[in-house]
Each structure stands twice: as structure tokens, then as C-alpha cells.
Design a protein around this ligand. Sequence first.
Ligand SMILES: Cc1cc2nc3c(=O)[nH]c(=O)nc-3n(C[C@H](O)[C@H](O)[C@H](O)COP(=O)(O)OP(=O)(O)OC[C@H]3O[C@@H](n4cnc5c(N)ncnc54)[C@H](O)[C@@H]3O)c2cc1C
Length: 475
Amino acid sequence: MNKPLDVVIIGAGTAGLAALREVKKRTTNFAIINDGPWGTICARVGCMPSKALVEAAKAFHRRITFEEFGIHGANALAADMPAVLKRVRKLRDGFVASTLKMTEVLGKQAISGRARLLGVGRLEVNGRELHARNIIIATGSRPVVPASWRALGERILTTDTLFEQENLPTNMAVIGLGAIGVEMAQALSRLGLNVTAFNESNTIAGLHDPKVNEVATELLKQEFTLYGGEKADLAAADAGANGGVRVRSKTKEVVVDRVLVSLGRRPNIDDLGLETLGIELDTQGLPPVDPHTMQVADLPIFMTGDANKRKALLHEAADDGHIAGINATRATPVRFERRAPLAIVFSEPGIAIAGSNYESLDPGTALTGEVRFERQGRARAAQRNKGILRLYAQPVTGRLVGCEMCAPGAEHMAHLLALAIGRSLTVHDMLRLPFYHPVMEEGLRTALRDLAAQLPHCNESDLAGCEAFHAEALD
Ligand SMILES: Cc1cc2nc3c(=O)[nH]c(=O)nc-3n(C[C@H](O)[C@H](O)[C@H](O)COP(=O)(O)OP(=O)(O)OC[C@H]3O[C@@H](n4cnc5c(N)ncnc54)[C@H](O)[C@@H]3O)c2cc1C
């Protein structure tokens, strides 16, 4: 029998690399195995190339406000799609190279191949059996594509293939408007493509608050054709390999050149051998994982990142890996307090949720405060005065519990609110903070004041009681 390794990490994405960072500090007797290209989903085909595309689209889209600013000649500007995509790949290559440095130094401890569990403490890769005292599963996820659609070959794209395209055709459909679908549909449309988007449900971008969802949906509808509540099916529009795709829902039909399928992501757990662990798996084939230790049941196995399907977000994957890396090198696992929930969609206006979402609130008791950005001073000055922010707080105590928004500056305000929620701050605590003038955060303050009006008054000597001027220039 091979000498057992202290830890084997399966998967070298963000979660696997975070685990590696901690494991390396504690033992030299480890290996990391990765199937397919190294360099992480985030850097290769995920967060980073998608944000590079989104930024190009935002930069180009800005031109539609130029006349209002008194700047002429915007009509002469053009988005050169091959050049846009080339820049995305150039940036992507740099991001990938930065992550490769972490595994290139490992020599034989970094194994290329597909790992399969053979039981607790045993796994197989490239026909070789390895023994490990602890195993960290960090196998990530992949795009969901219905089997029947795969026959459409290159006519359908996912984010695994989108950024590899040299150019994109004029007419595209986007199927699925979760975070990725919304970002990509808006970016492609802003870059000049004719985008038609279909979403099976009427809620988009992971939102739960009906008011925020309505505003977000209406704003996106002003930019591209969006059919909500329409489950789409795909078929080849003609026989040629390079022909179009017919997208059909119950009431709509459109023929496009290519379709971006963004129906969500599925954990890479098929054929991983989880059934050899002797524990009960749920209906999706997933084992029970403690989010505070990342431990699978009571086994010396830890499951992290997108693979455990808890939250498919990068910072959560990194935290999962950190926790697993420490616990896989300890006799007994330590429990970690998790951070306040935070999710951001890089649309414009940005969409974000921090803390508890609307659906998880107690409808009978939770207080809501609201601001709309149409008349917000700084947002008007920037021609970005669209959107809504809704805050949720406990009655009486005024403790902030969550928020949902589709608002200018959402990514920054959501961080501020996640901090406040994580620290159990109240509405009055927040209103004691300085708010500079003129900033988008003054909009957030308006929503806080809306909540404060529903709470017991604070002392007269407390600046939290400072009220609005109700004048656009000053609030
Ligand atoms: C287009 C897109 C945009 C995104 N944007 C954001 C964003 O803006 N913000 C954000 O927070 N998150 C974003 N995400 C999500 C984020 O990228 C993921 O949550 C994160 O990358 C997951 O990391 P991971 O380590 O779990 O998996 P991965 O990075 O997928 O790594 C898993 C690795 O394991 C390998 N593997 C799989 N099976 C095996 C096996 N059996 N043996 C060996 N190796 C195996 C895989 O090949 C892969 O290399 C985005 C994702 C996508 C696709």
C-alpha cells in the first residue's frame, strides 16, 4: 500500500487553492489533483473575463448620456467586437497566469487527472490508487445545458465558450436570467448585439423582493427584449451546421444566430465516487456538509466551493477552502462563524443582496425602508438616476437584517450594508455615521431615515435624529 498522504485536494479552483494555501503551512505531505486546465474557473471563464466584458459594455454604453452632458459626436463611436473580445482574452491570460504560479511550484505534488473516490481515505487518479488521511473535495461546477440542446453544437454557447469567440453574430438569445445571464445579456446588448432574453420565472438576478425585481426587470427591458415567465426551448432553424437557432416559448418565437445558455451551474460530482463513502446522499447526490467546518458527515472529508452547492460565489468558495485547509490538518475540526451573506450582479444599475433576503423575512413584523434614485442628487448629476434600494430591519430594536437593491453604486452600498448587518448595527447606529455630500450613499441614508420614522425616536442630543431637507440638492 502507498504511504498515506496527510491531505489530498481534488480540484485546483479558488476553493482548492485556498485550501492548498492553508495545508501547505501545516504539512508537506499533500497532493493537489486537477482535471482539465489549471488556472481556476474564476480567472479562465468566470468572474474575471465576464467582468472584463461588462466593463467594455459599460464604457461604450456611457455614450448614450453624452448629448445630455453637452458632449457631441457620440454617434461616431463604434464597438469593435473582435477587439473587445481580444482584450477580454488578453486580460484573462494575465489573470490565469497569476493563479498558475500557485501550483507550478509544486512539482509532482500537483497531479493532472480526474480523481475518483474509492472510499474513505482512498482515491484513484490516472489508474493509480492514493491513500489520504484527509480529502478535500473542491471540484467546482459546470454550466447546465439540457442534453437535447447539445446537438446544436456551436450554435449554442455557455460562458465556457463565449469569451473564446473571435466575433459574435448580430442576433443572440440569452436563455436564463440569473446573475450570469443578466450580466451577459446586458453587456452583449450594450455592445450593439440584438439580444432577446428568456427567463422561465418572473424573477431575475436572484432577487426576491418583488418591488426591486420589478424595477430591475423594467430597466433591463428598456435595453433589450426580455421575456419573463417564458420557458424557452431550442431547435435548429435550418439544416446547415452554421445555421440559426429557433427559440420558442409558450407565446414567443424568435430565430437567432447563436444562443447563450445560462441556466445555472451543476456541481461536478458525477462519477466522483461519493456513493463509496457509505453515507446518505440527498436527491441531488450531495452529502451533508457542515458549513462551519466544511466536514462531510463525521468523515475526514471536506467539501468546498461550488461543488457543495451552498453558495456559488467566489468569496464563499475561498472561505470554504480556507476552513477545509485548516480542518483537514487538525485532529478535530474547528467551527468558523460565516460572514454576512453578500451577492452582487454587475449589471447597471447594479443588483445586490446583503444579509437576509426579502423571502426569508417575517412578513408580519419586518420593517422596510425604501429609496428610489430618480431624484437623488448625485445620481442625477451623473445621469445614473435609476433604481431602488430596500432595507429590512427588526421592529423596535431597529437592527438591520438585510437589503435588496437595483441601484447606482450597488456594489459599494451592498458592502457597507453587509458590514453593518455583520456587526448587528441598528438603523440609528448607521445614521450616526458621517455621510459625505453629494454621494449615492445619501440615497441609502434616505432609506435609513424611512426606517427610522417607523422606530421609537432617538434622543434629541443624538445626530441619528438629524432629518432630511427634502431638497434634491441636499439629500
Ligand atoms: C461567468 C461566471 C461569472 C462569475 N462571476 C462571479 C462574480 O462576479 N463574483 C463571484 O463571487 N462569483 C462569480 N462566479 C462564481 C465563481 O467563479 C465560482 O463560485 C468559483 O470560481 C468556484 O470556485 P471552485 O473552486 O468551487 O471551483 P472551480 O474554480 O470550478 O474549480 C474546480 C476545479 O476542479 C476540477 N475538477 C472537477 N472534477 C474533478 C475531479 N474529479 N478530479 C480533479 N479535478 C476535478 C475542475 O476541472 C476545476 O479545475 C462566476 C462564475 C461564472 C461561470
